[in-house]
Design a protein around this ligand. Structure first.
Ligand code: GDP
Length: 286
């Protein structure tokens, strides 16, 4: 799902989250482990107004594990609780209630010291579209609840979903990514979070190919049986020559023997997203 974000959408999305903050103890901020900064909302700290929060690097199964560990260290240095998760299989989900109780320890201890039974922790999941919010809600609930494709602006009665020690709001908070930086757009597009109608498919594949030549050449060379690594990735022709070599390997030839670059681009992106080139991260903190 892609939302075309306009200022009105952003304001509405923000107001919806602000209204929900009043109902909850804790925010679960979901980001994509492959691009933790690019998949974050630029105003997140401001929007959350100091609510206790944990940062979950979702889709960790697709990300480069070494880089993910660097990101975890990076967020911890900033004083955040952060850990990797794979919402589709449920790997890492056990950490959520453990960390939630640690984050809210003072509050829980206070309830206990007053002789009260600690009430369930109430949480809201927030994140940009396609980051895995609905998948996580369904996984935590153990059943299908969240309709993928919620849109900001559509209001309905809030429901609490019981998931062990945590009660989740059934509708996640939808945030928008950064738009100012073009590279952010390309990183999101490489993962499929931004649809190809918005950015040109050949440009997205160019961005991805350049990145793979720089950081994951062996995986790319192996997948597409490439032999020559271009020396200068800053030279666009060198990057395009790799895309063409991939196109030739896959029979993307048009009349006159030219490579159909659009077709080659689609193959590159499809296989990369399907994990055929292995796990990868598109940005690193250091
Ligand atoms: P939402 O828009 O934030 O609610 O995102 P969805 O829950 O609809 O997920 C978007 C896509 O990402 C779906 O195709 C999910 O199957 C996929 N997805 C979500 N979480 C994970 C994960 O941890 N690993 C992988 N590999 N895919 C995931």
């Amino acid at each position: 799902m892609t939302i075309q974000w306009f200022p009105g959408h952003m304001t509405r999305a923000r107001r919806q989250i602000e209204a929900k903050l009043k109902l909850i103890d804790l925010v679960i901020e979901l980001i994509d482990a492959r691009l933790p900064l690019s998949s974050r909302n630029p105003m997140i700290d401001d929007i959350l107004q100091g609510k206790p929060r944990m940062i979950i690097l979702n889709k960790a199964d697709l990300a480069d594990p070494v880089v993910s560990q660097q990101w975890i260290a990076y967020f911890k240095e900033q004083g955040h609780v952060a850990f990797p998760v794979d919402a589709t299989t449920g790997t890492g989900l056990k950490e959520i209630p453990i960390q939630a109780k640690l984050l809210l320890k003072e509050k829980i201890d206070r309830q206990i010291s007053k002789g009260m039974n600690p009430r369930p922790i109430r949480a809201l999941i927030v994140g940009i579209p396609n980051v895995g919010k609905s998948t996580l809600i369904n996984r935590m609930a153990g059943r299908n609840i969240a309709a993928t494709g919620d849109r900001p602006g559509v209001t309905k009665a809030q429901q609490w979903i019981k998931t062990g020690e945590i009660e989740l709001l059934d509708t996640p908070g939808i945030l928008w990514p950064k738009f100012e930086d073009q590279n952010v757009g390309y990183r999101l597009a490489v993962t499929g979070a931004i649809k190809e109608e918005i950015l040109n498919v050949e440009d997205i594949a160019f961005f991805a190919t350049k990145y793979f030549i720089q950081y994951y050449w062996d995986a790319m060379a192996e997948r597409f049986e490439l032999t020559e690594r271009p020396e200068d990735t800053e030279n666009p022709d060198d990057v395009v020559s790799v895309m063409e070599a991939i196109g030739r390997k896959r029979g993307c030839i048009v009349s006159g023997g030219r490579v159909d670059l659009e077709k080659a681009s689609k193959i590159i992106l499809r296989e990369l997203r399907a994990g055929k080139l292995g796990r990868f991260s598109l940005e690193a903190p250091y």
